[in-house]
Every structure is written in structure tokens, then in C-alpha cells.
Design a protein around this ligand. Structure first.
Ligand code: HEM
Length: 329
């Protein structure tokens, strides 16, 4: 449950008491927001949202976890602060976010400059490159929480928001370019291009669902919306469904739809509250190792089958778009 601002300040006060008036790196007393960030990034991220890592305030330690959890967190937080690897990891994954725009840049620049064939090129590429990129970003965003469940890592939790917001921009660009350029494939003006078929309606609906998700992916919205914030963020699951319907109408029970199912199944399974709770408890207690390794291998294997196909699709179509020679399918 998301806390109201008042509860939040109360929590921060009690945390200050629990942690003692610790000194920050600059030698001063930690501010409330530093403490909060510490708690937020230090505690199990149990939500599946286009959320700032700050959203994990919904996941404060249960009393039963007691001081042991706090102690483990303190140790691992201290490790994270001293090791450059988490920061490098975060910036590596953030660097990947420019790929869709780099791949589409030559065609979009040609379109802006009014070059011959530029409309046809963008029309042929946009859904392939930006559609696949949007889906891959969505999958990466959904992967953040299961990775935490499997490993206990927290350094990557911030990527959930980054990938969600990046997806909003790629999917929004996809919709805009489709409305402007796909007249050669879909008659009926801009409306026909974004809603002339059932699969287009679901693609467009998916982009519209991203608007409230992206707008509320920040702390201010979280405090402003209070308890409603989580309900808004649960639109992520509706979005998941509308994307799968979009792909089902496009591909039927084949190719990219099957890849989408292959990546979705493990991500959905790891979100089942019973599975997540069991895994967290077993990991902390260091029990059922063989079972956990076996299940992880199966789930990661299934995920990889779909994921590599989607990446290969993006590499092929994206490469063709980059050199402005999209396949004319
Ligand atoms: C969140 C938003 C969206 C996601 C995640 C998404 C995802 C995808 C994916 C993964 C593909 C397969 C690409 C390929 O064949 O390589 C696809 C195809 C397609 N999408 Fe979307 N899409 C989205 C929004 C839209 C929108 C807004 C439109 C148009 C209004 C659209 C129209 C199409 C079309 C026409 C295709 C078929 C392209 C082809 O095979 O030539 N999509 N989409």
C-alpha cells in the first residue's frame, strides 16, 4: 500500500531513530530524503510498475524481518556505495535506451528534410523498429522486479522507471510516425492509420495507456495521488494485455506473438504473490537451492528463447532502417 505524505514523514522519523543520526558522505547528518532513498533502494522491490525506484516505499520491511534484514541491507548498501559496478551497470542499461532513436534517426531526418522516398521508408520501418523496441523496453521494465526476486539485487531498481519512460517515448514516436506516414498501407487519413484495423486500435490504445503511467512515474505524482498511485500504476497489466492482443491480431499463433508469450510467461509467473513470497523467503533462508537453480534455468531459458528472437528482429529491421533500405513487406 502506498503511504500518505504524513505516514511517510512518520516512517522517515522512525528510520532516523533506527539508523541513528548517521553521517552522510559529506559529513553532515543524513536528510530525510537520503534516508528514504536508502530505505527505498534497500528493500525488496515488490511492485511491477512504471515506477521510480522511489515507488518501493510500498515495500517496507515486515516486522518479522526484524534487524537481520536491516543489517543485510546496510551491508549490501555499503558495498553498493563503494563499488563502481552498480553505477556502471545502470549507465550501461541506460545507454541502450538510445538505440531505437539511433536506428530511426536517418529516416526521420530524411523525412524532416523532405527527401524523396522518406515517407515510404518511415512507413515501412516505424512499426517494425519502434514497435519491437517499445516491446523490448516494456519487457526490460517488467524484468526488473523478477531479477530482484531471483537475486536480491537492488542496484538496478531505478531502471524500472527509466525503461518505462523510454518506452513511452518510443511508442509515442511510433504512433506519431504511423499517423503521418502509413497512408500507403492504411487508407482513411490519420485516423484510419491509427485505428483503421483492430490491431491498430490495440496498438494505439497501448500508447494511450502509457500516458498516465509515464506522467505518474515520479515522486511528486506518488505523493499527490497517495493511495490511488498504485491503482494507476496497475494499468501496466492492462497495457501488457493490450500489447499481447495487438500482436495476436497481427501474427496469430506464430512468430512474434509466440516470442511475446515466451518472454511474458516467466515474467508473469514470477509475479504471482505466492511464488514471489516463497522465492524471497527461500533466498533469505538459503534453502531449496537446487529447486531454485532448476526453476531459474527453466524460466531464464524460456525467456531467452523469445527475447533473442525479438532482439534479432530489431537488429535486422533496425539495421535496414538505419541504412534507409527497409524491406517492402
Ligand atoms: C506500446 C505500443 C506498441 C507496441 C509495444 C507494439 C509492438 C509491436 C511489435 C513487437 C510488432 C512486430 C514488429 C515486427 O514485425 O518486426 C508490431 C507490429 C506492428 N505494429 Fe505495433 N506496437 C505498438 C504500437 C503500435 C501503434 C501505435 C501502431 C499504429 C497505429 C502499431 C502498428 C503496427 C503495425 C502496422 C505492425 C505490423 C508491422 C509489419 O509487420 O510490417 N503498433 N508492433
Amino acid at each position: 500500500m502506498v503511504r500518505s505524505p504524513r505516514e511517510w514523514y512518520r516512517t522517515a522519523r522512525s528510520l532516523r531513530r533506527q539508523l541513528g543520526r548517521r553521517r552522510n558522505r559529506a559529513g553532515g547528518v543524513r536528510t530525510i530524503s537520503e534516508l528514504r532513498t536508502r530505505v527505498i533502494t534497500g528493500i525488496d522491490g515488490r511492485q511491477d510498475t512504471v515506477a521510480p525506484a522511489a515507488g518501493s516505499i510500498a515495500t517496507e520491511p515486515r516486522p518479522a524481518d526484524g534487524g537481520r534484514l536491516l543489517g543485510n541491507r546496510s551491508r549490501s548498501a555499503a558495498r553498493s556505495r563503494t563499488s563502481p559496478l552498480p553505477l556502471l551497470g545502470v549507465w550501461f542499461f541506460r545507454g541502450l535506451l538510445v538505440i531505437p532513436f539511433v536506428l530511426m534517426a536517418p529516416e526521420i531526418i530524411a523525412l524532416i528534410l523532405g527527401r524523396p522516398d522518406s515517407v515510404a521508408n518511415v512507413s515501412a520501418s516505424t512499426a517494425d523498429v519502434l514497435g519491437t523496441s517499445s516491446f523490448l523496453l516494456f519487457v526490460m521494465m517488467l524484468t526488473v522486479t523478477p531479477v530482484h526476486t531471483l537475486t536480491g539485487w537492488r542496484w538496478h531498481l531505478i531502471l524500472r522507471r527509466d525503461y518505462g519512460v523510454a518506452m513511452f517515448f518510443t511508442a509515442g514516436t511510433d504512433l506519431t510516425l504511423a499517423a503521418l506516414t502509413t497512408g500507403d498501407t492504411f487508407p482513411g487519413g490519420p485516423l484510419g492509420r491509427i485505428a483503421g484495423h483492430t490491431f491498430l486500435v490495440f496498438g494505439t490504445l497501448s500508447v494511450f495507456l502509457l500516458i498516465p503511467l509515464a506522467l505518474t512515474a515520479n515522486r511528486r505524482a506518488m505523493h499527490w495521488l497517495g493511495g490511488h498511485w498504485r491503482s494507476v500504476q496497475r494499468l501496466t497489466y492492462v497495457l501488457w494485455l493490450t500489447i499481447l492482443i495487438h500482436l495476436a491480431f497481427l501474427f496469430g499463433l506464430s512468430s512474434i506473438f509466440l516470442d511475446a508469450l515466451a518472454v511474458s510467461a516467466p515474467l508473469a509467473l514470477m509475479r504471482l504473490p505466492a511464488v514471489r513470497r516463497w522465492w524471497h523467503a527461500a533466498r533469505r533462508a538459503r534453502t531449496h537451492r537446487l529447486l531454485r537453480v532448476g526453476a531459474a534455468v527453466l524460466l531464464i531459458g524460456l525467456f531467452s528463447v523469445g527475447y533473442t528472437q525479438l532482439v534479432a528482429e530489431l537488429a535486422t529491421k533496425g539495421g535496414a532502417a538505419f541504412v534507409q533500405r527497409p524491406p517492402s513487406d
